[in-house]
Design a protein around this ligand. Structure first.
Ligand SMILES: Nc1ncnc2c1ncn2[C@@H]1O[C@H](COP(=O)(O)OP(=O)(O)O)[C@@H](O)[C@H]1O
Ligand SMILES: [Mg+2]
Length: 253
C-alpha cells in the first residue's frame, strides 16, 4: 500500500505551539507543538492520563491553556470561546457522551447542524434534513425518533460522530470514538472515517486500537506524561522502542 499523495502546498489547518496545561500545579500537557494540514489525519495515542483529552479540550475551547498557543487557519484562537470555534469549523466528540436529555436522536444531531461552521444552517427544517443525512451515514437512520438517552454505548458513539459531522467541520477531533466497540464495529467506524477524508478536512483521531490508528493515520503522535515523545509516519512511530516501552508493550499481541 502506498501513502496517500500529498501536495507540498498543503495548508496548515491547526497548529499548537508550546501548549501546556497545569491543574493545581500538576502538568497534564507539557509544551506540545504539532500541526495538521488540510486532508491530513493525525492519530494520537498514549496511556490513560497522558493528556490526550486535555489537548482536545484546549483546541476545542473548553479549557484555557496555561501556556502556549492554539492557531487555527493562521490566527491565534486562545481567547476565542468554544461556540465561536465551532463556527470557525472546529468540531469534537466527547469521550463520555452526554446526549441532550429529553431530545430525540434526530434533535441532538440537528443541534449540531444549527451551531456548526459559519453559524450553522439557517432553519430547523434544514437542520433536521442535514441531521437525517448524517444519521443515515453513521448507521443510526432507523433510530432517529428515539430518545437519545435510551441509546446504548456504540450507538451513542455514532450519535456523537453524526453530531460532529453535521457541524461541517474543517477540523474534526475524535476522542476515542471506538472505545467499547467490537472488532466488526471498529472496522465500520474506520471505514466511516476514511470515507469523510478529503475536501480539506483535517482530523485528529485519539484511539487505543492500534490497528485502527495504523490504517487511518497519515502521522501518529504519541503523548506520555503530557509530553510529545513521537510524531512521525505510523510505521516509524509504532516500531519506535520508546513508544513500545511507554505504551504498546502489552498491546502488541
Ligand atoms: N479538569 C481537571 N482537573 C484536574 N486534573 C485534570 C482535569 N482534566 C484532566 N486532568 C488530569 O490531567 C491528566 C491528563 O488527563 P487526560 O487529558 O484526560 O488524559 P487522557 O485523555 O490521555 O487519558 C490526568 O492526570 C488527569 O487526572
Ligand atoms: Mg481521554
Amino acid at each position: 500500500m502506498t501513502a496517500p499523495a500529498k501536495t507540498p502546498a498543503s495548508r496548515t489547518v491547526i497548529e499548537t505551539r508550546g501548549l501546556t496545561k497545569r491543574f493545581q500545579g500538576l502538568v497534564s500537557v507539557n509544551n506540545v507543538s504539532f500541526a495538521i494540514a488540510e486532508n491530513e489525519t493525525l492519530g494520537v495515542i498514549g496511556p490513560n492520563g497522558a493528556g490526550k483529552t486535555t489537548l482536545v479540550n484546549m483546541i476545542s475551547g473548553t479549557l484555557t491553556p496555561s501556556e502556549g498557543e492554539v492557531i487555527f487557519d493562521g490566527a491565534r484562537i486562545n481567547d476565542v470561546p468554544a461556540f465561536r470555534r465551532a463556527h470557525l469549523g472546529i468540531a469534537r466528540t466527547f469521550q463520555v457522551m452526554k446526549p441532550f436529555p429529553g431530545m430525540t436522536v434526530l434533535e441532538n444531531v440537528a443541534v449540531g447542524a444549527l451551531f456548526g461552521r459559519d453559524g450553522g444552517v439557517k432553519s430547523m427544517a434544514q437542520a433536521r434534513e442535514s441531521a437525517r443525512e448524517w444519521l443515515e451515514f453513521t448507521g443510526l437512520g432507523k433510530r432517529i425518533g428515539v430518545g437519545a438517552d435510551s441509546l446504548g454505548g456504540p450507538d451513542r458513539k455514532r450519535l456523537e460522530f453524526a453530531k460532529a459531522l453535521a457541524m461541517k467541520p474543517r477540523l474534526l477531533l475524535l476522542d476515542e470514538v471506538m472505545a467499547g466497540l467490537n472488532p466488526v464495529e471498529v472496522d465500520e467506524v474506520v471505514d466511516l472515517i476514511k470515507s469523510i477524508r478529503g475536501q480539506g478536512l483535517a482530523m485528529l483521531v485519539i484511539e487505543h486500537v492500534v490497528k485502527a490508528i495504523r490504517s487511518l493515520s497519515d502521522r501518529v503522535m504519541v503523548l506520555h506524561h503530557g509530553e510529545k515523545i513521537a510524531d512521525d509516519d505510523p510505521t516509524t512511530v509504532l516500531e519506535d522502542p520508546r513508544v513500545i516501552e511507554a505504551y504498546l508493550g502489552k498491546r502488541r499481541t
